[in-house]
Design a protein around this ligand. Structure first.
Ligand SMILES: NC(=O)c1ccc[n+]([C@@H]2O[C@H](COP(=O)([O-])OP(=O)(O)OC[C@H]3O[C@@H](n4cnc5c(N)ncnc54)[C@H](OP(=O)(O)O)[C@@H]3O)[C@@H](O)[C@H]2O)c1
Length: 244
């Protein structure tokens, strides 16, 4: 932790969607350590309350980001936000000709439309000298044939959305973190027991032969929050996964 980063986050409010697990939880822990007041948002009420208590966060909310009225309700009494982090999402995987369209739509609902709803709901409560961090993923650049085409499209859309927002909301800085495969609960939630075989196969293809850690990805989020000249950018944090 640098003094510069510490002083930049000291007393600032960070509202972190997806802050109850994985990359978002690590970003929340690191932002808190650097002096931010952290409010985490997750899907599950019990888990959000438990995580917030365990880590001494300054608040929590539970809302389904695909339900715009629940989301607006959850944000009604949120104070001014300096750093908004939008990482909520699931591993939406299904082939275009096989999966239910309502399921595939979730990839965009959890990302683009959730971000639109949150930004509109916060309105003037988003500080003009703050930041917004969105989430993408290396699928945006390196799609595969295993049913991730819609998720890849939603991820790429987040990067384009961030660049447009950086102009529309200026001087609020808007960036996207694009992680490669990162060792969080997301794949277990999606694949269950099949996760282990999938991950072992995946590791063999990666230049570093390992997944990223949530702490490495969380540090990327904090970097985007605290570096005052990062704007309209996508930070690829993938251990070189895009190279293969
Ligand atoms: N891990 C990777 O390899 C990887 C790679 C590229 C991109 N990403 C992206 O990074 C983001 C975070 O992923 P992660 O790996 O940290 O996953 P994770 O550990 O499963 O965390 C997901 C977070 O999103 C929340 N969430 C999920 N669906 C939600 C909904 N409908 N409404 C509100 N909150 C919801 C979860 O809340 P609960 O805890 O209550 O469920 C949790 O806080 C995701 O958007 C993912 O697509 C991840």
């Amino acid at each position: 932790m640098t003094n510069a980063a510490q002083s930049q986050l000291a007393g600032k409010t960070a509202l972190i969607f997806g802050g109850t697990s994985g990359i978002g939880l690590e970003a929340a822990i690191q932002a808190k350590r650097q002096g931010a007041k952290v409010i985490v948002v997750g899907l599950g009420k019990a888990s959000a309350a438990k995580v917030a208590e365990e880590h001494g966060f300054d608040g929590w909310r539970a809302a389904d980001v695909t339900d715009s009225s629940a989301l607006e309700d959850a944000l009604k009494d949120i104070p001014t936000v300096d750093h908004l982090v939008l990482l909520a999402g699931t591993f939406v995987a299904g082939k275009v000709r096989d999966a239910e369209v309502t399921y595939l739509r979730r990839a965009f609902d959890e990302r683009i439309w959730a971000a639109v709803t949150v930004i509109r709901a916060l309105g003037d409560r988003l500080s003009t000298d703050g930041s917004i961090t969105l989430i993408s993923g290396n699928l945006a650049d390196r799609p595969n044939a295993y049913g991730t085409a819609v998720l890849a499209a939603a991820s790429a859309a987040m990067e384009a959305f961030a660049r447009g927002l950086a102009l529309e909301l200026a001087p609020v800085r808007v960036n996207t973190l694009s992680p490669g495969p990162t060792d969080t609960p997301i794949l277990h939630k999606a694949l269950g027991d099949a996760r282990e075989g999938f991950v072992e196969g995946l590791k063999k293809t990666l230049p570093l032969h390992r997944l990223g850690t949530p702490a490495e990805a969380g540090a990327g989020v904090v970097f985007l929050m605290t570096n005052g000249f990062m704007n309209g950018a996508t930070l690829n944090l993938d251990g070189g996964a895009r190279l293969v």
